[in-house]
Design a protein around this ligand. Sequence first.
Ligand SMILES: [Zn+2]
Length: 473
Amino acid sequence: MSILFRGGAVATEIETKIADLLVIGDKITTIGVDLPVLDAKVVDCDGLILLPGGVEPHAHFSLPMFDTISSDNHFTGHRAAAFGGTTTVMDFTSQSPGDSLQQSIDLSRSKAAEMAAVDYSFHVNVTDFSDNIEREIPRLPSQGLTTLKVFTAYNGRLRISNEEISKVLHIATENGMLVMIHIEDGDEIDSLVERALSDGYTAPIWHARTRPAHGEALAGRRAIEIAESSKASLYIVHITTAGLLNQINSGRKRGVSVMSETCPQYLFFTEEDLLKPDGANWVCSPPLRTVDDNEALWQGLSDGSIQTVGTDHCPFFADGETAIEYDGQQLTIPGKELGKSDFTRIPNGLPSIEHRMSLLWTFGVSAGKLSVQRFVELTATNPARIFGLYPRKGTLLPGSDADIILWDPSRKHTIGVTSSHMRTDHELWEGFEVEGYPVQVYLRGCLLVDGDKWLGKAGFGQFLHRQTNAQVL
Ligand SMILES: [Zn+2]
């Protein structure tokens, strides 16, 4: 089947131009002016922008945490992503202590395969390093898995030592892979948490107060130095502070290949939000910071020092004891209430995958902070480049997958829990007005979202075989 998208503004990382775009089967074949219709179905795109389907570099579906699980699964989370204009999503595998990486990969892939509604891949967490893991890593690229993730926090659970991080960087570099890193100072967090609890501080705000901004900058500086001495590339997930951004900029200036991502929550909210009656809903790690940090991160997005916007989508119910209606069924999943008498028991994470593109368009492009090309880079092209998917994903070129968003820059939408597709009972951006929203979303030439209608299905999403030696930006 062929589709001719007629007369829209085709926006890529390079330019925006009025053109026709022809899709045959699952690929874009031709972009040009006055293309012949032949037997194609014609979609009139007058007044609309054609964007490449969003590429989400960072999400967590059905992630076990503190006696519960993040409340979106690979179907509900993918569907919410698609409604917001995202057609490729990357999640993480979770290595259990003593297990091989392959066990976590097999588990994640089997969970996702039947449910996936958009295309997907996994980054592979390395949380228990050993000689066996060292031998196992080089076998991952043949499975299309080219990224590893390590942590400098969560002592005794997810963290590995600096020496082990250095080894992972070496093995990754030798095999054309990329290491991603969660940066916080695990030692300082543990001692501050212990002190807060022994002093009787249990409210959500202490989640932020025990994970201070300077720890992110200091741990980041160490990690950047390790990457520098290993001559390796590094991708820092979810940066939240001006301090870490400064460390990254100074590393990049002296030639270190360090890239970074931030998330919408770090652009809009601050530590003050944790003081609200529903402050637990704003608990995520790293925590929310200050207005100055928000502004520094916007600046980093606009000047190119931050390469991607992911969401770290990891929703939990605000009140997991009260049922919500979802897909016609009553549903409860334990959530933030688990930590009502102890901030260390509040599941970390929040819902955001659906709003990444509309928020960035409204408060970035329309506000004059981002060009359309920069928006495309941050939401699609750069994650595709960095994670070995470009030019199949992340752009609109002949030969690329026909992942196309028909974007109406004048379509208004009020964010709210009743209109959201994310499987949770609250919205952090409740009442925010966005202007600029998808009217249709195509994945590989198939229409998934038509206005407010869902036309996709579980199992349609494909596991993506990613390339090694991807671009370093
Ligand atoms: Zn995460």
